[in-house]
Design a protein around this ligand. Sequence first.
Ligand code: ZN
Length: 327
Amino acid sequence: MVVCVVARLPHRILDTTDVRSWGLAVVVAVAVVAGARAMARAPFTLRHKRLRQWAVGEVKTSLASLVAGVLATLPLYALLRSTPNWWLAAWLIFAGVTVLWQVATPAVLRARAGAATTGSPALIAQVHAVAEKAGVDVGEVIVAGKAGARCGNAYVVGLGRTRRLVIEQALSAWPPELVDQVVAHELGHWRLGHTARRLPLTLLAELAALGAAAAVLTFAPLLDWAGVSSAGDPRSYPLLLVVGAVVAFPVRCLLAWRDRAQERAADRFALDLLDQPDRFDAMLQRAADDSGVPRTLPWWRYPTAGHPPIDQRAAACHPNASHPKGS
Ligand SMILES: [Zn+2]
């Protein structure tokens, strides 16, 4: 993207064609970036493949990202070109999609799981037993994923009345006493209303990011440097992507910070509810061994990680021990 901006690639390619309409210019700009991305990826993607196999794969990926990119970018440019308050309108769309997605996820997951995966009666009974202890009326539990899958997970989806607990099939292969711990953690998210509580900050952060992007994109020296007269010029596409990534970064850090705090709160809820710190620790170790959840995180990945690393969560199980078990 940076090379596209600095070398003014969309300008050069658009100047050799006589594309007049801005819509077509957007398609060309998106295609230029998709192509540049494939080139930048080549040293890494080409390594273990034959040239032909690689080329076919790259063409498919680039076409898919071209179609998705054009579908997302055309409405954005239509907004950018029609009003200086484009960022407010864009935020309303973003916020609508965010809320709709939260409400609709249970229905989507249930439809995808189909009738084939109902979960064993023992597993469902076990979930309900923990839920009763937690004082949560979980209602119908959604069982997702394949039974043979190695990675198992569980999560709470939905908002308000659409809230559901989702258990992945692979978890039924775990010892029941560890599944209890997983369920207790998820019910912590449920009881503490984490999904509803995260929503206002998410929406505010989206608004702040879009407002910041709008402010940056009216900064004349930046537009001059990128060789565009306004952000609504399709030639600005790679610049838009760079600015988007830059303003999104602090937002990602903020939301990840909040997510980690919620994870710690759900861990504490499970520890208080079942009062089995050794089993909770064993569950965390199993998650690291089976599902590849990282035990530690390098400093540069920590700020955007939605979960604290396993070693940190395990240490919190034994607040009085100088050497946490299992780490
Ligand atoms: Zn969690």
